[in-house]
Design a protein around this ligand. Structure first.
Ligand code: SAM
Length: 248
């Protein structure tokens, strides 16, 4: 149940500095007007840069920890609904930051507990993200459960809102039916087009010519590793956020 979940009223209301303390905005101490206190509070929560990569339903964070050193200047956020799993990831972030203190490693990665099917735009501003990962989402096999899938026409509009034009949604699953479902829902959405080159399924299993993120999500997610061990199939599909059409 997610009754105990809380959501920020807006992205500015989130305590980003608490998640990425090394990127906390420094107090300038110059404001001298009536709303000084409010400004100071807002500043105390802000970071010098915004999250750009989101891993939705990040599970135990395998992908997050693989991406962090590959994108050292980018803030990466995992979002996970299960409390104990989120705590595990938070604990691992703390441990990795301590272990890598001399290089400031893993300061750019964090995790929060959230139901991403609700209020995603409360966390991110319009066009804030450059990449969204939907890795091995729960398949919800039964027809009457399809509404619980994290890809739908409505949710895709939310992903389109938070993703900048040119940004990419990465999907991977071992369930072919879900792969087809995700492809169909993104392909018919006017804000997305499928990206093929270097992103397509099974291209160069040796990694040759494959997008770096596709290669990473195939092998670094916990589910990806499980499928690998069981010699199962992995279905990849990626979608680019298109520019919004100009107003006539
Ligand atoms: N992405 C990870 C991987 O590839 O190894 C985990 C995949 S696991 C099958 C799906 C994860 O999504 C679970 O950890 C589940 O708790 C999480 N999840 C399901 N629905 C969610 C939601 N609405 N919001 C956030 N996380 C969700």
């Amino acid at each position: 149940s997610d009754h105990s979940l809380t959501y920020p009223i807006s992205p500015a209301d989130m305590d980003w500095a608490g998640l990425y303390p090394m990127y906390a905005k420094q107090e300038t101490g110059e404001a001298g007007h009536a709303d000084e206190k409010e400004q100071k509070q807002a500043k105390a929560k802000a970071t010098s840069k915004d999250v750009e990569i989101a891993d939705i339903g990040c599970g135990f964070g395998g992908l997050l920890f693989a991406l962090a050193p590959k994108f050292p200047a980018t803030l990466i956020l995992g979002m996970e609904i299960r409390t104990s799993v989120t705590e595990y990831v938070e604990e691992k972030v703390r441990a990795l930051r301590v272990q890598n203190a001399s290089t400031n490693g893993y300061q750019n990665v964090s995790c929060i507990r959230a139901n991403t099917m609700k209020f995603l735009p409360n966390f991110f501003q319009k066009s804030q993200l450059s990449k969204i990962f939907l890795c091995f989402p729960d398949p919800h096999f039964k027809q009457r459960k399809h509404k619980a899938r994290i890809v739908s026409y409505t949710l895709n509009s939310e992903y389109a809102y938070v993703l900048r034009p040119g940004g990419v949604v990465y999907t991977i699953t071992d369930v072919e039916d879900l792969h087809v479902w995700m492809r169909e829902h993104f392909e018919k959405h006017p804000s997305f087009e499928r990206v093929e080159r270097g992103f397509e399924d099974g291209v160069g299993e040796d990694g040759e010519g494959m997008d770096e993120c596709v290669r990473t999500m195939r092998v670094e997610t916990e589910e990806g590793k499980k499928v690998e061990r069981n010699k199962g199939s992995k279905f990849v599909a990626c979608f680019r956020r298109l520019q919004d059409p100009a107003w006539p």
